[in-house]
Design a binder for this molecule. Structure first.
Ligand code: CA
Length: 231
């Protein structure tokens, strides 16, 4: 069954780009360019996910977000916010008001798609596609296997979990502490150094299968980021 996405964005070129890519991924796209119209459309029929621009003519993204969270059928619909750079404070407010995730413009389409997959899975694990993709990188949860193009990556269980977390947060810098929390959990034995070791093994597996060396980048003083591979 096709996933229905409501795309609320007033930049025509971006709408065209996203519509093309989302439809190619099997989504059914309803695009709306005005905030007031978006509210009407969202209340008239259910969507699996809403991709919502921050700055819109009519009701703003944040107003819509609040409204969606208060009313049916959008109360539990995952919302991915599109924000512009330099809206740090606004971004935080957006999350507080009920957006589930955000990407900062300009973003890469494969990263947006990976984030959408992660939100859809969180919203409905049973119905979600078991595959995560980021360009030529694919990961299959049920079989716990990952591939770069056709080549299977030789990963330990931990490295697989780490890659899953990176893919769900594609394009976002993750600190060592965040990675420890998300992947290692309460294991008292591990520390930041465990993260470095696991990342280095994961990189080695990726590069060995033909992926670019900078697929997972070290961000000095912060942590690591998995970015969509350049075409
Ligand atoms: Ca806008």
């Amino acid at each position: 069954m096709k996933k229905r996405v409501l795309l609320v964005e007033d930049e025509e070129a971006l709408v065209a780009l996203l519509r093309y890519n989302l439809e190619a991924e099997g989504y059914e796209v309803t695009a709306v360019m005005d905030g007031d119209e978006a509210a009407e459309v969202a209340e008239a029929m259910p969507f699996d996910i809403i991709v919502l621009d921050w700055m819109l003519p009519g009701a703003s993204g944040i107003e819509l977000c609040r409204r969606f969270r208060r009313t049916e059928p959008t109360r539990h619909t995952p919302i991915l916010m599109l924000t512009a750079r330099g809206e740090e404070e606004d971004r935080v407010r957006g999350l507080v008001t009920g957006a589930d995730d955000y990407v900062v413009k300009p973003f890469s389409v494969p990263e947006l798609l990976a984030r959408m997959q992660a939100l859809l899975r969180r919203a409905n694990p049973a119905a979600a596609d078991d595959t995560l993709t980021l360009g030529p990188l694919t990961l299959h949860r049920a079989s716990r296997t990952a591939r770069w193009q056709e080549r299977e990556l030789p990963l330990s269980g931990l490295e697989f979990d780490l890659l899953t977390h990176f893919m769900e947060n594609a394009g976002r810098v993750l600190t060592r502490d965040q990675l420890l929390d998300a992947v290692w959990g309460m294991d008292a034995e591990s520390g930041p150094r465990s993260v470095d070791v696991a990342v280095s093994r994961l990189r080695k597996a990726l590069v060995g299968a033909g992926a670019p060396k900078d697929l997972i980048r070290t961000v000095y003083g912060s942590g690591y980021v998995l970015s969509a591979p350049a075409k």
